[in-house]
Design a protein around this ligand. Structure first.
Ligand code: FE
Length: 339
């Protein structure tokens, strides 16, 4: 009995050791090492394709954004990671702020990524683009009554608005952008108005928010476009539609998924070559279409499915503002009672 337990523990320890080895806790040799918060089904085929084209082996570790940033920070110079691939400029900005990323001078990246979708100090670059915009019940809302994020604070939306939690970086980035565009005072009034208009408690994710609109619990909300795309792919007849916010003012709030070279990268040339490859048309289409996003490289067309959502004007502020004003946005939302 005891011997059996010992055997199990030994096997468990050996398995645990093998798993660590398979991830990243030993020198990676020649392989390029990537820490990423992106879904396995999205990135594994991309990495496999790159290896097939170039012979460069890629090892990767997936985890939540915050966990990866904490891990990079804790590992310091011993980190095996060459690249951090994550979502939201707020996260990339934070990693750069903690000196976990280093500047990359690359003509290919400068040409492929519009200036507002990359770090002004070249420590991270947008790879794909998502918009965070308004969704509404196609049964109960006339889109002519919609205009801006700010207008969702008006009395006509009392008891009709659904929002995701303010703890999510996506909303922190949106509010950070509003502070930049409208000033803190006006933004706080708007956020208070949103809170007053809530139909129900805030949601933990964009999908349950949209389900609440479909179910009739509320009539309008704010979500990232790819979640809308996923819902429509699964349920084409769901009575919910997209509305491009702020078309008569600053444009729709856009954010990125992006990549940065780690400060202690062991394979910087290989890492930069891979970054540049991700901005080429084939890789852009694969990445953008795989998650129903827009390519960051403006010479690459979005998929027909995404193009069908219609043309829109995007806010051209540098997405780094999501980081610069993140702390301010968090405090403002707290003061406004947005949980
Ligand atoms: Fe997301």
């Amino acid at each position: 009995m005891i011997a059996g337990v010992r055997l199990v523990s030994a096997v468990t320890l050996w398995l645990a050791a093998m798993m660590l080895t398979a991830c990243s806790d030993k020198p990676a040799g020649d392989a390029l090492v990537i820490y990423t918060s992106r879904g396995d089904e999205l990135i594994k085929p991309l990495f496999d394709q790159y290896t097939a084209e170039t012979g460069v082996e890629i090892r990767y570790t997936t985890d939540a954004d915050a966990a990866l940033i904490t891990r990079l920070d804790a590992e310091g110079a011993a980190s095996p990671a060459d690249l951090l691939m994550t979502v939201d400029a707020g996260n990339l900005w934070l990693a750069a702020e903690k000196n976990l990323l280093q500047p990359v001078k690359s003509q290919a990246l400068e040409t492929a990524v519009p200036a507002n979708l990359r770090d002004p100090q070249d420590r991270w670059f947008g790879v794909t683009v998502r918009a965070r915009t308004i969704v509404y019940s196609s049964d109960r809302v006339n889109p002519e009554t919609l205009s801006s994020y700010a207008a969702l604070a008006e009395p006509q939306w009392k008891g009709r608005l659904c929002l995701r939690t303010s703890k999510k970086v996506y909303n922190q980035s949106l509010v950070a952008t509003m502070i930049e565009r409208l000033g803190a005072e006006q933004t706080e009034q708007i956020v208070k108005g949103w809170v007053d208009n809530l139909a129900t408690d805030v949601f933990s994710n964009d999908n349950s928010l949209m389900q609440a609109i479909v179910a009739g619990q509320c009539d309008v909300g704010i979500v990232n476009t790819y979640y809308f795309g996923r819902l429509k792919a699964a349920s084409p007849d769901a009575p919910i539609s997209l509305f491009w916010a702020n078309q008569n003012s600053s444009g729709v709030h856009v954010n990125i998924s992006g990549v940065g070279l780690t400060t202690h990268a062991s394979h910087p040339e290989k890492a930069i070559a891979f970054m540049e490859w991700m901005l080429t048309p084939a890789a852009q289409s694969f990445l953008a279409n795989g998650n129903k996003e827009f390519p960051a490289n403006p010479t690459v067309e979005p998929s027909a499915e995404i193009a069908a959502w219609g043309e829109f004007r995007a806010d051209d502020l540098n997405v780094a503002v999501a980081g610069h004003r993140q702390a301010e946005a968090v405090m403002l939302m707290d003061r406004a009672g947005y949980r």
